[in-house]
Design a protein around this ligand. Structure first.
Ligand code: 16G
Ligand code: ZN
Length: 566
């Protein structure tokens, strides 16, 4: 719809919907690191405008399906949020983030005429064909506010934009990323009655996992651990993964905790990936009956796009975290070995790891010096890591330390491995043949659209089982340097500006030189400060050889920040 083409009726409709739906006024919104996030109570206006932006984005892609997910991930139950997914399953193109921000702020602070004017501006500047019918795929997490916000989101799509809508209701964020891409790749013919649903996701990843297990004749987890205990953060990952594993006989021994998604007030409460990673301890619900040093444990976050693993040490209940850095290095070691077995060199297929400044220094040293793989560092936020993995490597393994990540395999990867497979068949080189087959089968277990707790879990379990590796062996590959993450509330976090992938502050100007003096005083010291993209605070990360030094460094930097901003 554009003003010059819209009928008078459509304009009136938009005006009355704007009045009905956008109750939050005089408010400032930002499309941040992972979309809009805020208290659910103020998100009606944002949902209304996100529907409009998603429709325009789909039209700009000539009607390809665009996804919209309502979730606030690991945030508390009363928060919510929304993000837009590109037709290929990746995150919204960065240049559109400012359109999303501006439209939300106009809807909250200006008149409907200005709103329509801005929509027209987007249409004109981006040369969008207003005759195209938009196609939108929507989903939401299990929060109490999600259905209400879904109504706000859908309010304009049918009446004003006549959009084609596929509503998947409750599902995980990565499932929606996958199904958005799936819908665009499987445009049904007119006589095809296939309904796109989560069952396509399930069967794709179940089949991939079964194929990989069959290649190694693996029937259960027994070689590596007794059971796998999955903490679902009381979120949507619980019913989705419970349904998923029904199709997998190898996964019979999985036990679930914190799977009460029907009580949204318990979401992320003392459980889930964020709790386990930041508190470095077991989540609620893992009681004595589940504590076993032969078990492997993992935690999803509220929308199941993050995962961390852990185990409890021998004879004590000492907690050992296997975070995103450990997952990335596990995958890198496994895949590198397979490449060598398949007679593929680093020149044929470039395997690399993408991390952020939060990666433990030991993990980076291990990647470079032990695995001899290249490592890149990007700014925080999945879109940055994803982009680097896609552009710099053929096997781009990207993970944030908090457990958010996946692996991207390039076209060159597929063609080179297939080539090697043909040669191995000709030469009857069974070891190389099996390695090539494993590489191809493993790539199918991974959700390449975005980090996915379910797919990453399958990848980790398969890697451990094939490598016959116990959780403690995985952990012992390298030892994390002691580290501390804290946050400081400041009057205005926007004055904190960084460079060098957020590893150095440029503003306030006096802070970095003062921090450097403190950092240089401790052994293997490293620290950085950055403004959070999701909370009104600045984050301080410190690491060093000795835990006491790290604690002191963290305190000193917090004090420096306070003296600088007050
Ligand atoms: C968002 C990001 C996550 C990042 C976190 C940092 C996505 C999908 N999620 O949750 O990757 O680690 O923000 O939060 O990009 P911060 O800016 O508050 O430290
Ligand atoms: Zn999440």
């Amino acid at each position: 719809m554009t003003a010059h083409q819209a009928t008078e009726m459509q304009l009136q409709l938009l005006e009355s919907l704007h009045t009905q739906v956008c109750k939050t006024k005089n408010y400032s919104y930002t499309y941040g690191t992972a979309g809009f996030r805020d208290k659910a109570a103020v998100l009606d206006t944002v949902m209304f405008t996100t529907g409009i932006i998603a429709a325009l984005r789909s039209m700009s892609h000539n009607g390809k399906a665009v996804g919209v997910m309502i979730t606030a991930s690991h945030n508390p139950p009363l928060d919510n949020g929304v993000k837009i997914i590109e037709p290929d399953g990746s995150m919204l193109l960065q240049s559109w983030e400012s359109h999303a921000t501006q439209l939300a702020n106009i809807a909250a602070n200006d008149t409907v005429t200005q709103l329509i004017q801005y929509i027209n501006e987007i249409v004109a500047t981006l040369n969008i064909d207003s005759n195209v019918t938009p196609s939108i795929v929507v989903g939401m997490d299990s929060r109490e506010s999600s259905p209400r916000l879904m109504d706000c989101l859908l309010s304009t799509l049918s009446p004003v934009f006549m959009a084609k809508i596929v509503n998947h209701n409750m599902l995980t964020t990565p499932q929606l990323h996958f199904l958005t891409a799936y819908q665009n790749n499987h445009e049904p013919s007119s006589d095809d009655k296939t309904v796109i649903s989560v069952s396509q996701y399930d069967s794709k990843f179940q089949t991939a996992f079964k194929d990989l297990m069959n290649l190694y004749e693996i029937k259960d987890f027994n070689d590596c651990f007794e059971s796998l205990v999955v903490d679902c953060a009381n979120g949507i990952g619980a019913p989705q993964f419970q349904q998923f594993v029904k199709g997998l006989p190898q996964c019979n021994s999985i036990k679930f905790v914190n799977d009460d998604y029907t009580h949204p007030d318990t979401l992320n409460n003392s459980c889930g990936a964020d709790f386990v990673k930041t508190q470095q301890r077991l989540p609620a619900g893992v009681d004595d009956s589940l504590l076993n040093d032969n078990n492997l444990y993992c935690s999803f976050d509220g929308d199941a796009d993050r995962i961390v693993f852990y185990y409890v040490g021998n004879k004590t209940t000492k907690f050992h975290l296997l975070d995103g850095d450990k997952i990335a290095t596990l995958f890198a070691k496994f895949l590198k070995k397979l490449l060598i077995k398949a007679n593929l060199t680093q020149d044929d297929i470039r395997l690399g790891i993408v991390q952020t400044a939060y990666a433990n220094g030991s993990s980076t040293t291990y990647v470079l010096d032990t695995l001899h793989c290249p490592a890149s560092c990007t700014k925080t936020g999945v879109k940055h890591l994803h982009h680097e993995a896609q552009t710099a490597y053929d096997i781009g393994i990207y993970f944030e330390a908090n457990g958010h990540g996946t692996i991207l395999f390039s076209d060159n990867f597929y063609s080179k491995v297939q080539e090697r497979q043909t040669i191995a068949i000709k030469e009857n080189d069974l070891s190389s043949l099996k390695a090539s087959k494993t590489l191809l089968a493993f790539s199918k277990v991974i959700n390449q659209t975005v980090g996915d707790a379910i797919a990453d879990l399958l990848g980790v379990v398969a890697t451990l089982l094939i490598s016959k590796m116990k959780p403690s062996q995985w952990d012992n590959e390298y030892t994390d340097l002691p580290n501390l993450l804290s946050k400081v509330i400041v009057p205005d976090r926007t004055v904190f500006k960084t460079t060098d992938q957020e590893r150095k502050l440029t503003s306030p100007p006096a802070l970095q030189p003062k921090m450097d003096l403190l950092i240089n005083k401790i052994e293997q010291g490293r620290a950085f400060v950055r403004a959070s993209g999701t909370e009104d605070a600045v984050r301080v990360y410190c690491e060093g050889k000795h835990a006491d030094d790290v604690k002191q460094l963290s305190k000193d930097i917090e004090a420096l920040i306070m003296s600088e901003v007050n």
